[in-house]
Design a binder for this molecule. Structure first.
Ligand SMILES: [Zn+2]
Length: 278
C-alpha cells in the first residue's frame, strides 16, 4: 500500500497536469466507484484498440494520471475482481463540488486555481527552494472537520463533513499532507514537457521524465549525448598528452585506457575537432 501522503502528492500533480478547457471543466468531479468503472471502460477501449475522443472528461484524465502510480499487481487485481471491490490504491474520496468560497464556479476560476497549483509546484521543484512564502500561505489552512450547521428556516441541523470543503481548501490540504509526509522532495517537473510527477521511490533528486515514452526517449538521448561528450573531452585531452606517439600506438593506448573497440574509437575520433600538427 502506498501511504496517503503519496496519494495526496499524486492528486496534486495530476490536477496540475490535466488540460482544463471550456469543453470539459465541469467534468472534474469523480467518486471512487466511478473511477474504477472508468478504469475498466478505459482499459477495455485500449485493449480493443479503439481510440478515445479528443476532449476527455477531466475525471478520465485524472484516472489516467493516477493509474500510472497504482501498484501494478493491485491494479490488475482491481480489474479482474468481479466481487465486492474494497481494496483500491487511492482513497475513496469525492473531490469538492465548490471551487472557491462565495463565488460561482467557472472555467476561469478552475484554470486560475490550477495555475496557482502549478506555481506552487514549481516553487517546490525549484533547485534552490525557498519554502518560506508557501509555508506562510499554508499557515491559514485548517483541517476540515465535521461541524454543526443549523438552518433556522427549517429548524434542522446537520453535520457538514470534509467533502464540503472547497477545491481551493482541498488543494491546500493535499499540499499540507504532502509536506507532513516529507514528500516535497519527491515532486519533480519533467524537463521536456513541463508536466509534474511524483517519484515512486524515495531517492536523490535526479532529472526524470513524466513517464511518457516521448519524453523518456528524449531524456535518454540527452543522457547518452552528455555521456559521449564527456568521453570525447577525456579522449581529446588524452590524445593531446600522448600526441608524440605514432598513430597506431596512440590508438592502442586510447583503446586500452577507455576500453573501446577499434570501431568505437574510430567513430569517436571522427567527432573530435581537427587539430593542426603541433
Ligand atoms: Zn514529459
Amino acid at each position: 500500500m502506498r501511504p496517503p501522503g503519496f496519494w495526496a502528492a499524486v492528486r496534486l500533480v495530476s490536477f496540475a497536469n490535466v488540460l482544463i478547457g471550456e469543453a470539459n471543466w465541469r467534468t472534474l468531479w469523480w467518486s471512487h466507484e466511478e473511477s474504477v468503472r472508468v478504469l475498466e471502460a478505459f482499459t477495455g477501449t485500449e485493449r480493443a484498440g479503439g481510440g478515445l475522443q479528443d476532449s476527455l472528461p477531466l475525471w478520465l484524465e485524472l484516472a489516467r494520471c493516477m493509474r500510472r502510480y497504482a501498484m501494478k499487481r493491485r491494479v490488475l487485481d482491481a480489474w479482474n475482481v468481479r466481487g465486492p471491490r474494497t481494496s483500491y490504491e487511492w482513497p475513496p474520496a469525492r473531490w469538492p463540488k465548490r471551487i472557491e468560497k462565495r463565488s460561482r464556479n467557472s472555467c476561469a476560476l478552475l484554470i486560475a486555481l490550477q495555475e496557482k497549483t502549478r506555481i506552487r509546484l514549481a516553487a517546490i521543484c525549484a533547485e534552490h527552494r525557498d519554502e518560506e512564502p508557501l509555508l506562510s500561505e499554508l499557515r491559514r489552512y485548517r483541517t476540515p472537520t465535521r461541524r454543526l450547521r443549523y438552518d433556522p428556516a427549517s429548524r434542522e441541523t446537520a453535520l457538514v463533513d470534509a467533502r464540503e470543503e472547497t477545491l481551493a481548501a482541498h488543494l491546500d490540504g493535499l499540499l499540507v499532507n504532502t509536506l507532513v509526509a516529507g514528500l516535497w522532495d519527491d515532486i519533480y517537473q519533467c524537463p521536456k514537457c513541463g508536466k509534474y510527477g511524483v517519484k515512486i521511490l524515495h531517492g536523490e533528486r535526479i532529472t526524470r521524465s513524466c513517464g511518457s515514452s516521448r519524453c523518456r526517449s528524449q531524456l535518454n538521448r540527452d543522457r547518452r549525448k552528455d555521456k559521449r561528450d564527456a568521453l570525447l573531452k577525456q579522449i581529446a585531452s588524452e590524445t593531446q598528452r600522448i600526441r608524440r606517439l605514432p598513430v597506431d600506438e596512440m590508438h592502442k593506448a586510447l583503446r586500452r585506457k577507455f576500453r573501446l573497440t577499434r570501431r568505437e574509437l574510430l567513430k569517436l575520433l571522427a567527432r573530435l575537432p581537427e587539430r593542426g600538427p603541433s
